[in-house]
Write a protein that binds this ligand. Structure first.
Ligand SMILES: C[S@@+](CC[C@H](N)C(=O)[O-])C[C@H]1O[C@@H](n2cnc3c(N)ncnc32)[C@H](O)[C@@H]1O
Length: 334
């Protein structure tokens, strides 16, 4: 069974999640929480049962289906899910024909046999969608995404695949573990953050945007492609589709959109994650916003507290992370 943190995701706060949730518990009061750039959803997970309302938002399709699978509280038919799981686990690649995934990604992002299985399973989930509830569809698809990610021939994202070796067959279908919540009502959305913020009223808002030029929709294009299943034509060595969901937070206007976001928040506390990778040597991982930009925006909303810890994180070997620090700002809004 997969738990929500059993995936590789750039900038995941999994290892920092206790530190962050303790800071929120010690410094913020409220009964509603929003994770507006939720990524893996791990910070929302730590708020389960602590908050009456939890809003989980990210603009990626794959993240939305993962949140529905883990957090949506609708009932579902466990036997039906178990039957699909047994069928998917018993598949033999030799009996499966070529498909969109094997033709595009076989012997690249996955072994050829694994790619055939992934494409076949996705097609079954799509064909049977009409007979599945939304929750059942989400559980099966999110499970496929987790199993797919585990077998990917990458360093953790899909900007490139690893070349020059025979890719072993490692794909193994398994189910995600849906989480039950008695106390929290959970609201899942797939909106552009600044647009979403303008419709939101919430006690505590957690903000963890991308801070460099690496677009998440491009990093996770294979998972987005499998989720949407529009089977687009793909381009380049990394076989990416046409761009979609390109974030302004990865562009030079990042500090303006951040300021706009902070200005529009209707809440009691703003909690912001930041790390000091701006010293990085590679330009794609250089931060688009400085600490000064962040602080200047936050000071306009109230009293700011700053907390820090050191943390080794995803760096692809190019970042000088000897003095890598993770920061949390908490603003008590005036
Ligand atoms: C640093 S990651 C968040 C990591 C998350 N806190 C975790 O622990 O997994 C930033 C997230 O923001 C999302 N994102 C980037 N720009 C966005 C935008 N304009 N609107 C909504 N989501 C956005 C990305 O898809 C990515 O998942």
């Amino acid at each position: 069974m997969f738990d929500i943190w059993n995936r590789r995701y750039t900038g995941s706060k999994y290892k920092l999640s206790s530190w962050i949730s303790n800071l929120i518990a010690e410094n913020c009061k409220g009964s509603s929480f929003c994770d507006i750039f939720a990524g893996t959803g791990i910070i929302s997970y730590t708020m389960l049962e602590k908050m009456k309302k939890i809003y989980i938002n990210d603009f990626l399709y794959s993240n939305e289906v993962i949140y529905k699978a883990f957090f949506d509280q609708s009932t579902y038919d466990k036997d039906r899910i178990a039957n699909y799981c047994s069928h998917f686990q018993a598949l033999s690649a030799a009996q499966i024909g070529d498909n969109y995934i094997s033709e595009n990604f076989g012997n690249k992002f996955f072994s050829y046999a694994d790619a055939k299985k992934i494409g076949y399973i996705r097609e079954v989930i799509e064909t049977d969608r009409i007979n599945l509830s939304e929750k059942e569809f989400a559980i099966l698809l999110a499970s496929l995404l987790y199993a797919t990610d585990k077998s990917a021939n990458t360093v953790g994202h899909y900007d490139a695949y690893i070349k020059g070796h025979n890719i072993p067959d490692t794909f193994s279908f398994d189910l995600i573990t849906p989480y039950k919540s008695k106390k929290s009502q959970i609201y899942i959305s797939r909106e552009e953050s600044n647009k979403f913020a303008k419709t939101l009223k919430c006690d505590i808002i957690y903000i963890d945007p991308p801070y460099n030029s690496r677009q998440y929709s491009r990093f996770y294009h294979v998972l987005e492609n499998i989720t949407c299943w529009r089977k687009p034509r793909l381009h380049g060595v990394a076989l990416k589709p046409d761009p979609e969901n390109m974030s302004d937070y990865c562009r030079n206007k990042a500090k303006d959109v951040f300021r706009d976001l902070i200005d529009s928040l209707d809440c009691k506390y703003i909690v912001v994650s930041y790390n000091n990778t701006y010293k990085s040597k590679s330009s794609s991982s250089k931060n688009k916003m400085t600490l000064k930009d962040i602080e200047a925006a936050l000071f306009t909303r109230g009293d700011v507290q700053r907390f820090e810890t050191s943390h080794n994180f995803f760096n692809a070997g190019k970042t000088d992370f000897n003095d890598h620090k993770e920061l949390i700002f908490i603003v008590k809004v005036k």
